[in-house]
Design a protein around this ligand. Structure first.
Ligand SMILES: [Fe+2]
Length: 201
């Protein structure tokens, strides 16, 4: 059940919420979490933290021993989120997203800084700018950029200005790792708001 606010945006739906946290299940994922912990622990501003985390994430993408077979499983009904790690002090979380062909997210923004890396396949992304209501013209979205992120690509961003939609346009499975500067295990989702607004495309 989503509850629209006055601006036509909603809080996350139940289907975007992650499953309960599971322990780290591969030595490589443990190593990656330790590297992220060191970078986040420096206490730098969000954009610099995201840059450092992206540097740590990149060498692990595409490696066969990063995720378990279960962590690579999709869901025929919707893209799937596997919570891979939630730091005990709430400072960061690592999520694996699995898209089967044609699956997509809503148009949304995020609760914190975020770093994404494509582990398998490729992801298509459309970024948007929110145009507030003015002079009788209702609030709406304008697409600003279309990006194709191939296997191995790393992106970092921090709110505001982080509205986008992601989908799998390929014929095979796509998997990406997302690191958020928030406790996704507690929040249940990395999505701050879903935008149910008119968009130019
Ligand atoms: Fe996102």
């Amino acid at each position: 059940m989503r509850r629209p606010d006055a601006a036509g945006m909603t809080t996350p739906t139940a289907h975007t919420r992650t499953a309960p946290a599971r322990p780290c299940t591969t030595p490589r994922l443990d190593a990656l979490v330790a590297e992220i912990r060191e970078a986040v622990g420096r206490g730098l501003p969000p954009d610099l933290t995201a840059y450092l985390v992206g540097e740590r994430l990149a060498p692990h993408l595409g490696t066969a021993d990063l995720l378990t077979a279960e962590q690579c499983e999709g869901d025929p009904d919707r893209y799937r989120q596997h919570l891979l790690h939630a730091e005990s002090d709430g400072s960061f979380s690592v999520v694996g997203l699995v898209w089967l062909p044609g699956q997509r997210t809503s148009v949304h923004d995020h609760v914190s800084w975020c770093v994404t890396g494509v582990h398998e396949g490729e992801e298509h992304e459309r970024r948007y700018r929110l145009v507030p209501a003015e002079d009788g013209v209702p609030a709406h979205l304008v697409a600003t950029e279309d990006v194709v992120n191939p296997q191995g690509a790393v992106c970092g961003f921090a709110p505001p200005g982080d509205i986008h939609r992601v989908w799998n346009a390929g014929a095979g499975r796509a998997i990406s790792l997302h690191v958020y500067g928030a406790d996704i295990g507690r929040l249940g989702s990395s999505v701050r708001r879903v935008y149910d607004l008119p968009a130019d495309r």
